[in-house]
Design a protein around this ligand. Structure first.
Ligand SMILES: Nc1ncnc2c1ncn2[C@@H]1O[C@H](COP(=O)(O)OP(=O)(O)OP(=O)(O)O)[C@@H](O)[C@H]1O
Ligand SMILES: [Mg+2]
Length: 204
């Protein structure tokens, strides 16, 4: 897929996402979160990476609040200070302060003691711009998540770390080309579906 195609998909889906009302975002987020909570993946995970929703993304904050009450350890991404365009995953506890990064996205303070190595996370929730049912993910185009989880492309599955994209149904594309550096999603949870990469297991 060439750059023009990717950027055309990005701009049309971002325009749809940005046109959503607060109520539409909230309802879709609730539906997606409820779907994920009913899975054994959620029930068994003790170390989970979330994100702070931005720009109309599905909002996983309901899940993070629930995770805190279930004594699961919650992590949020922060931009690596070395400028190598990868993320560090930092433990986040209720009421802890967040500071806006250069994209205006709130992130935790990078205290060494709170950083977890990405392979120790059991579940990682990722925002996305577009996805297909093979798990190919189109993000904002910098490659942050691809760099951070590149180790998953060098390992046979099954593996300890499960990547779950959260999306609106309209973000699904029939087929996205996967680049050599793209790290595939294991599951995509939308407001209507829970999709295991390659296999749709539940449809409403
Ligand atoms: N593991 C990696 N090592 C080196 N460069 C990488 C790696 N992963 C991605 N990149 C680079 O990052 C750039 C952006 O990648 P891509 O278009 O896949 O971003 P994206 O997945 O949409 O972004 P994001 O994950 O930030 O939402 C590409 O030009 C690619 O060369
Ligand atoms: Mg990518």
């Amino acid at each position: 897929m060439n750059l023009v195609t990717k950027s055309a998909i990005r701009s049309s889906i971002l325009a749809m996402r940005r046109a959503l009302t607060y109520d539409e975002i909230h309802k879709a987020s609730q539906e997606a979160c409820a779907r994920l909570v009913s899975t054994t993946l959620w029930q068994q995970a003790q170390h989970i990476a979330f994100y702070i929703a931005h720009d109309g993304e599905i909002d996983p904050s309901l899940l993070m609040n629930l995770a805190h009450t279930q004594n699961k350890k919650c992590y949020l991404p922060a931009l690596a200070s070395n400028d190598l365009k990868h993320l560090v995953m930092v433990r986040h506890e209720p009421e802890e302060a967040l500071i806006k990064n250069r994209y205006g996205i709130p992130e935790p303070i990078q205290d060494e003691k709170k950083i977890i190595e990405p392979h120790k996370l059991e579940l990682v929730l990722l925002p996305l711009v577009a996805f297909d049912n093979t798990g190919t993910r189109l993000g904002m185009g910098v490659g942050y998540y691809d760099r951070t989880f590149a180790f998953l492309n060098h390992q046979n599955r099954p593996k300890n770390t499960t990547l779950i994209g959260l999306a609106y149904e309209f973000q699904e594309q029939k087929q996205l080309d996967r680049e050599s550096w793209d790290v595939g999603l294991d599951w995509i949870v939308t407001n209507k579906d829970i999709i295991q990469a390659h296999v749709a297991i539940q449809k409403k």
